[in-house]
Design a protein around this ligand. Structure first.
Ligand SMILES: Nc1ncnc2c1ncn2[C@@H]1O[C@H](COP(=O)(O)OP(=O)(O)O)[C@@H](O)[C@H]1O
Ligand SMILES: CC(=O)N[C@@H](CCC(=O)OP(=O)(O)O)C(=O)O
Length: 293
C-alpha cells in the first residue's frame, strides 16, 4: 500500500509504540554531504528533524560536506587526495574545509530545520569546547609487511567530547547542528571525518540511536546486495577483504565505536530516500544496515 492510500489512523497507531520508545531519547543523526544533494532534499531532511523534535525526541545533527568541499576546491583549482577515506589536509586545505563546513553547509542545515518549525543552532566542534581533538595518525603495511606511519596533516580525531553546550541546547528544545571541526589543546584546528565526530558525540551523550545518512542503501555485499544486519566481526572481515572500502570504512568503524560505548543501535541508511529518518525511527519498516555487537 502506498503512503498516499494508507489509512492515516493506522499510520498514527503504528507510530505510537515508537514515539513512546524514543520519548525524550537522544538520537544522533549524521547527515552526509552526499545525502544533502538538491536543496529540496535538505529541506525534506529539515522537516523530518523538526518533526522529531516536535514529538518529544531529542535529535542532534552532525553533518558532513565532503562533496561541498570538493566543489569549492574545484572552483579554487586545488587538488585533494584521500587516504582510507580521509582528506589529506595541509594548512591551506584546512582553511577551505573550515570555511565550507562551519560556514554555508552548517547554516544551510540549521536553517532547513528552523524553517520547518523547530529551533536549530549551528555550531562547530570548536564551539564551547565541544570536540577536543588530537592529530590522527594512520599506519599501513608496505609490500614487505613493514609498518609505515602516514602523515595526513591537520586531520584529527576526537580526544574528548564536552557535552555541556549540547546538553544546554537540548534542554532548551534547540536542535544542535554540529560541523565536524575540532580544536587541539594548543588551539590547532583539525579537520575530522564527520562520521567519527557523530560517533564520538553519540557515545558521549549516551544516545539511544545513531543514524548515518549517506547516498547508498546501506552496506552492500560483494554481490552488491544490501546487508540488513551485520555483527562487528562481519564488518571487520568486510574491511579486511576489501569489499567495504573508501568512505564506508569510517562509517562502519563509527558504528562499532558507538556501540562499544553503549549506543543501543547504529544504522547506515540512504538519506536520499524521502523520510528516511522517520521511517527508521517511527515504523518497523526500517531500511539500511543495522550494525550490532
Ligand atoms: N561495501 C560497501 N557498501 C556500500 N558503499 C560502499 C561500500 N564500500 C565502499 N562504499 C562507498 O562508500 C560511499 C559512502 O561513503 P561517503 O562517500 O564518504 O559518504 P558520505 O558523504 O555520506 O559520508 C558509497 O557511496 C560507496 O561508494
Ligand atoms: C578528514 C576528512 O576527511 N574530513 C572530511 C570532513 C567532511 C566529511 O566527513 O564529509 P562527508 O560526511 O560528507 O564525507 C573532509 O574533509 O571531507
Amino acid at each position: 500500500m502506498s503512503d498516499q492510500t494508507a489509512d492515516p489512523m493506522k499510520i498514527i497507531a503504528g507510530a505510537l509504540p515508537f514515539l513512546k520508545r524514543y520519548d525524550e531519547q537522544i538520537v544522533v543523526v549524521k547527515y552526509g554531504g552526499h545525502a544533502m544533494g538538491e536543496e529540496e532534499t535538505a529541506l525534506r531532511f529539515g522537516r523530518d528533524i523538526a518533526l522529531l523534535e516536535q514529538v518529544g525526541i531529542k535529535p542532534v545533527v552532525v553533518h558532513g560536506g565532503g562533496p561541498q568541499i570538493n566543489a569549492m576546491l574545484k572552483r579554487l583549482n586545488v587538488q585533494s587526495t584521500f587516504v582510507q577515506g580521509l582528506r589529506v589536509t595541509d594548512e591551506a586545505m584546512l582553511d577551505v574545509v573550515e570555511m565550507v563546513l562551519a560556514g554555508p553547509v552548517n547554516k544551510q542545515v540549521a536553517e532547513a530545520i528552523t524553517r520547518a518549525g523547530a529551533i536549530a543552532v549551528g555550531i562547530s566542534g570548536k564551539d564551547g569546547g565541544l570536540v577536543r581533538a588530537r592529530k590522527l595518525t594512520r599506519t599501513v603495511r608496505d609490500a614487505e609487511g613493514a609498518e609505515q606511519v602516514l602523515d595526513l596533516g591537520y586531520v584529527g580525531e576526537p580526544e574528548t567530547v564536552d557535552t555541556k553546550v549540547l546538553t544546554l541546547l537540548i534542554g532548551a528544545d534547540i536542535v544542535p547542528v554540529v560541523a565536524p571541526v575540532g580544536v587541539g589543546a594548543d588551539g590547532q584546528t583539525y579537520n575530522i571525518n564527520a562520521d567519527t565526530v557523530a560517533g564520538a558525540i553519540a557515545g558521549a551523550l549516551g544516545a539511544e540511536r545513531l543514524l548515518m545518512l549517506t547516498d547508498v542503501r546501506g552496506v552492500l555485499g560483494p554481490d552488491g546486495a544490501l546487508i540488513p544486519e551485520m555483527t562487528v566481526a562481519e564488518v571487520r572481515a568486510g574491511i579486511g577483504s576489501g569489499w567495504i572500502s573508501g568512505g564506508m570504512i569510517p562509517k562502519v568503524e563509527t558504528c562499532i565505536y558507538a556501540i562499544e560505548r553503549g549506543v543501543k543501535g547504529a544504522v547506515i541508511l540512504d538519506g536520499r530516500v524521502p523520510h528516511a529518518v522517520l521511517r527508521e525511527l517511527l515504523t518497523d519498516g526500517g531500511a539500511g544496515t543495522l550494525i550490532k555487537p
